[in-house]
Unconditional design. Structure first.
Length: 137
């Protein structure tokens, strides 16, 4: 059984969302299909499609948000790799049993109609991994 079904999207931290949207529109040849605030994370997201792939631009809405802290420490660039899963709660249990630290105790609502959770980057070669499950509509 395949646990991580596919790369759901790449998350890219940006300083200026409007400027980055123009850049990625030129790069992908299409406009963002969705812009959404996720207040619990202190972020505004903007999603692009490139073929079957998605790119999520992330801009901070407050100075103490995780994205603002990331930008201060590392600057703009890849923030996380997100994987699609069928059952996020089961996947969290499985990965914890494998020794991975999960950064939130329970899945939470994220952007693009997803339940999400993150794995600690110290357990994943320095890469922040996000698990995403579609929320049934």
């Amino acid at each position: 059984m395949e646990n991580l079904k596919k790369i759901e999207h790449l998350g890219i931290a940006v300083e200026d969302l409007k400027r980055s949207e123009i850049l990625f529109q030129k790069l992908t040849g299409s406009a963002p299909y969705k812009r959404e605030a996720v207040e619990s994370e202190g972020v505004i997201t903007s999603f692009f499609r490139s073929g079957p792939n998605k790119i999520e631009l992330l801009a901070a809405t407050s100075e103490d948000s995780p994205i603002a802290k990331f930008l201060k420490k590392k600057g703009e660039g890849i923030h996380h790799v997100a994987f699609a899963v069928d059952d996020i709660e089961q996947e969290m249990i499985r990965l914890q049993a494998e020794g991975f630290r999960v950064l939130n105790e329970a899945p939470k609502k994220g952007a693009d109609n997803k339940l999400i959770c993150f794995l600690h980057p110290k357990d994943t070669n320095g890469v922040l991994i996000e698990l995403c499950q579609d929320i049934p509509e």
